[in-house]
Design a protein around this ligand. Structure first.
Ligand SMILES: Nc1ncnc2c1ncn2[C@@H]1O[C@H](COP(=O)(O)OP(=O)(O)OP(=O)(O)O)[C@@H](O)[C@H]1O
Length: 287
């Protein structure tokens, strides 16, 4: 019943945007972004604000095309949106006039699944995300965490080969976020999907990812990929306080720290050219 999960290859992906009002000038959001995501892997992606994470997701979702370089899914080039990629955003984007069940069924209607099969599949996926018994609720009758569960069920119901998640838990309170993180690990283990999880949270990235890819400040590329060899994340309720976890969190934090500083400088017009060269590297010591 389940589609295979695909590997994703970003090969020297560059994305520029024309600068409005300045003919011929371009703004480089991503520059030579190269990364392999393994089939069935849960990979976290972190980077300073504005480094091009959402741009990357747009490209992977097929909503826009790279200026140069390529993105392939098991060797097939990404050439537009497709049901092989499910996307979950920070905002749940549920239809308010449809129940939880109706929202999950939506994509299945587009797929042309008969009504009974649709209803059964939607119930199964709502159960998978822990919403058994909430099928008839409308979005306004659900908490933020529950709405996000519906959004995850909706994406999974289409049986995509990869699931792309753009800060899906950022708007939730800390308790709900932690419980959804655990749920996501369980769902990932149950479905074997390839998941790319974009986040600002270092702890979240380390807790969820088998690897954490750290991006540079703009223009975004891969700075380093950190392996996260933690066993039994879901079994050990206290794993976040373990020495291994703390060391990994520190490693990602240290990698990110430099880039955040560079990103802050980029956002301060005037001083930037004094301190950074064209690639965003510091040319004089600061701080
Ligand atoms: N359509 C566009 N036209 C011009 N510039 C754009 C466009 N889309 C994104 N950018 C610019 O590209 C850069 C990267 O944006 P993007 O939203 O991908 O960053 P991000 O890493 O997701 O940021 P954040 O972490 O703050 O959400 C930003 O400076 C943004 O202003």
């Amino acid at each position: 019943m389940s589609a295979v999960s695909a590997g994703i290859r970003f090969d020297a992906v560059t994305r520029t945007f024309p600068v409005r009002g300045r003919r011929g000038e371009v703004f480089t959001a991503l520059d030579g972004f190269t990364l392999d995501v393994r089939p069935g892997e849960l990979l976290s992606l972190v980077g300073p604000s504005g480094c091009g994470k959402s741009t990357l997701l747009d490209l992977l979702g097929g909503l826009s095309a790279p200026t140069s370089g390529s993105i392939t899914l098991d060797g097939r080039p990404v050439e537009g949106p497709g049901l092989d990629r499910g996307i979950v955003f920070q905002q749940y984007a549920l239809l308010p006039w449809r129940t939880a069940q109706g929202n999950v069924e939506l994509g299945l209607e587009a797929k042309g699944l008969p009504r009974r099969q649709r209803a059964a599949a939607a119930r199964d996926f709502l159960a998978l995300v822990g919403l058994d018994g909430f099928e008839g609720r409308y979005p306004h009758e659900l908490s933020g965490g529950m709405k996000q569960r519906v959004a995850i069920a909706r994406a999974l119901a289409l049986d995509p080969e990869v699931l792309l998640m753009d800060e899906p838990f950022a708007a939730l309170d800390a308790q709900t976020r932690e419980s959804l993180q655990r749920e996501l690990l369980r769902i990932w283990q149950a479905t074997g999907k390839t998941i790319v999880f974009i986040t600002h949270g270092i702890e979240e990235a380390v807790y969820l990812g088998q690897r954490v890819a750290v991006m540079t400040s703009r223009p975004g590329r891969i700075k380093h990929v950190v392996d996260v060899p933690l066993a039994n994340r879901t079994a050990d309720a206290d794993i976040r306080t373990s020495p291994e976890f703390t060391a990994l969190r520190h490693e990602v934090w240290a990698l990110l720290q430099d880039e955040v500083r560079k990103a802050e400088l980029l956002e301060r017009p005037g001083r930037v050219s004094d301190l950074l060269d064209e690639k965003g590297e510091e040319v004089v010591g600061i701080g």
